[in-house]
Design a protein around this ligand. Sequence first.
Ligand SMILES: Cc1cc2nc3c(=O)[nH]c(=O)nc-3n(C[C@H](O)[C@H](O)[C@H](O)COP(=O)(O)OP(=O)(O)OC[C@H]3O[C@@H](n4cnc5c(N)ncnc54)[C@H](O)[C@@H]3O)c2cc1C
Ligand code: FES
Length: 422
Amino acid sequence: MTIGYLALIIFVVILAQVGMSMMLGLYRRHRTFKNKAGESAFETEHADSQGAALLNEDTGWKGFREFIVIRRQIEDTQASICSFYLKPIDGQPLPQFKPGQFLTFKLLIPDLATGQEKTVIRCYSLSDNYHPDYYRVSIKRVPSPDNRPELSPGVSSNYFHDHVEEGARLQIRAPSGHFHLIEEEALPVVLIGGGIGITPMLSILNTLLESGSQREIWLFYGVRNSSELVMQEHLRSLAKAHSRFHLHCCFSRPTVQEVEGVDYQHRGRVDISLLRATLKLQRYQFYICGPKPMMETLVPGLSELGVQSRDVYYESFGPATLVRQVRVKTKASQSVDKDINITFSKSGKKITWDQNAESLLEFAEAQGIDVQSGCRAGSCGSCQTAIESGEVEYSQQADADVESGNCLLCITRPKNNLTLAA
Ligand SMILES: Cc1cc2nc3c(=O)[nH]c(=O)nc-3n(C[C@H](O)[C@H](O)[C@H](O)COP(=O)(O)OP(=O)(O)OC[C@H]3O[C@@H](n4cnc5c(N)ncnc54)[C@H](O)[C@@H]3O)c2cc1C
Ligand code: FES
């Protein structure tokens, strides 16, 4: 080997070392930057929530306000639930909301059948405690029903997952809804969330813990297994940090690798026997949100246990069977022999009421009347319509605020001849 060749090798080795140390330096700086960003975000959140009162009656803005998506975050290992962080375009501070309340979105979604954009209105619960500069919602992708794979999957949820990126602009109504934490009483709180019904519970939980409230909190979170758990790390770290917060994850179908007592606390669904076995005998406030079967067993079950209805608050993300049972009774209470006429004054149509229709909304749609709808569950207010004459009866309590002289078509049926401004 010549001296020149040896010198060349030494030069190349030195060059490689310099290059590596420069890259390492850059990598470290990137890590440091990320850590700093994380710390300051935490400090800001902490300062904000300490400065804020827990609840406030300010209901916000009228109509729709424009927001921009500032962050997207997948929340489960299946990537079926995504959080969207929403900041108002006008830069003004956001009004406080009551934890448990929801936002109503107006989306313009291309309709594959017509090629035109159509307006879709949907509600999504706020899934975090109050922050003055952004709101957060967490949305589950809704597939076609298992037994009807030919149907198109959920319009809004899939649009959010597939097309609402950071920077997207959205039209949003102010927080609303009557399902929310009742702050006045200092009772211990039992939160029960099934599947995506965890979202309002997260808002209530984060609010209670951030506010420094001393109320004891139980969270019973029902899912099939850990692949469906949302924000696992967040929940576990809260349970570690706060002795007054008791986390109970209930897996109805744990995988063979999942160990009871480590990955989850209870095998099976959240049911009355579990609540009886876990909770001490005392008065609680219960907040429940989940799928139909959960609501159908828990709400009457608590009542049978002697829990007073004023201590049980629940919400379902759509018209659950609980609602349908009331509807069936309502139908029976109506006279079937007497025809009821519905006049749609704007459309110039007078039609005999169909006793089998679930609601005035369903009836109007079947008759080709142009009516707005969103949640179809009395929550968003989209179907609010003026009654020009006659009366309606409600099949459930309205969540949206209804102006005097109006009704929500999605949860009402006529009592007698009716004229609607539609
Ligand atoms: C107060 C409130 C709060 C809510 N909060 C949340 C939340 O925090 N997170 C969340 O993820 N969701 C929440 N929801 C539910 C949410 O509003 C939507 O209902 C949900 O995202 C589904 O809407 P979509 O447009 O995706 O589905 P849709 O288009 O409404 O479809 C729903 C289902 O019907 C099927 N379908 C389509 N066509 C037909 C047909 N012809 N016949 C029968 N079935 C059909 C679809 O395949 C799908 O399975 C909330 C709802 C309410 C009322
Ligand atoms: S459609 Fe939402 S209140 Fe009727």
